[in-house]
Design a protein around this ligand. Structure first.
Ligand SMILES: [Zn+2]
Ligand SMILES: [Zn+2]
Length: 178
């Protein structure tokens, strides 16, 4: 039998089993900070000397913790290491990296809450969370229709995607005729 890891903060399983519109996020392996350990030292006050504190923190709790942090975590992309020359720029880049990460996360949750689909049905742009603009374009991925809808301002949001193409908006009601 495999060991069950529980998050010390919320008490939930560390093995994700969340139902999402974009598919079930589930895994048998624990996610988050697993069996983290901290030991108090001789000068410690808030932890006791020679005591080891072991705990787990799940991903949702880590996200909440990060949001509360006065100093946000530094984010390193394993694929794109940041190359910056001076320290001032580095701090700024770290701040931007966190904000970008957090906004991508909020967009992902927004999407999974069905708001992306709802925006499409309402003929609104859904390239970013809560865009108030009307959809002018529909996104095709590998020539297949998607519910991705963009306004003029956000039409280039997926420009990094080589299989994606923007065509004039195809609303919900016209979809059956495609
Ligand atoms: Zn938790
Ligand atoms: Zn927009």
């Amino acid at each position: 039998m495999t060991k069950e890891y529980l998050c010390n903060l919320c008490g939930e399983s560390m093995c994700p089993n969340e139902k999402k519109l974009s598919g079930t996020w589930s895994s048998d392996s624990p996610h988050g900070l697993v069996e983290a350990k901290v030991v108090g030292g001789y000068e410690s006050y808030h932890l006791f000397d020679m005591s080891q504190y072991c705990f787990n923190l799940c991903e949702p709790c880590l996200r909440k913790l990060f949001v509360q942090c006065k100093i946000k975590p530094r984010i390193n992309h394993m694929n794109f290491p940041m190359i910056l020359d001076d320290n001032a720029k580095f701090e700024e880049a770290e701040e931007i990296a966190w904000q970008t990460d957090q906004s991508h996360y909020e967009y992902r949750v927004w999407k999974d809450d069905g708001k992306y689909h709802q925006a499409y049905v309402n003929k609104k742009c859904n390239m970013v969370k809560d865009c108030p603009n009307r959809a002018k374009y529909t996104e095709l991925v590998s020539d297949e229709f998607t519910e991705g809808a963009a306004c003029e301002e956000h039409k280039d949001n997926n420009s990094g995607c080589i299989n994606c193409k923007m065509v004039p908006f195809i609303p919900n009601v016209l979809k059956p005729f495609l």
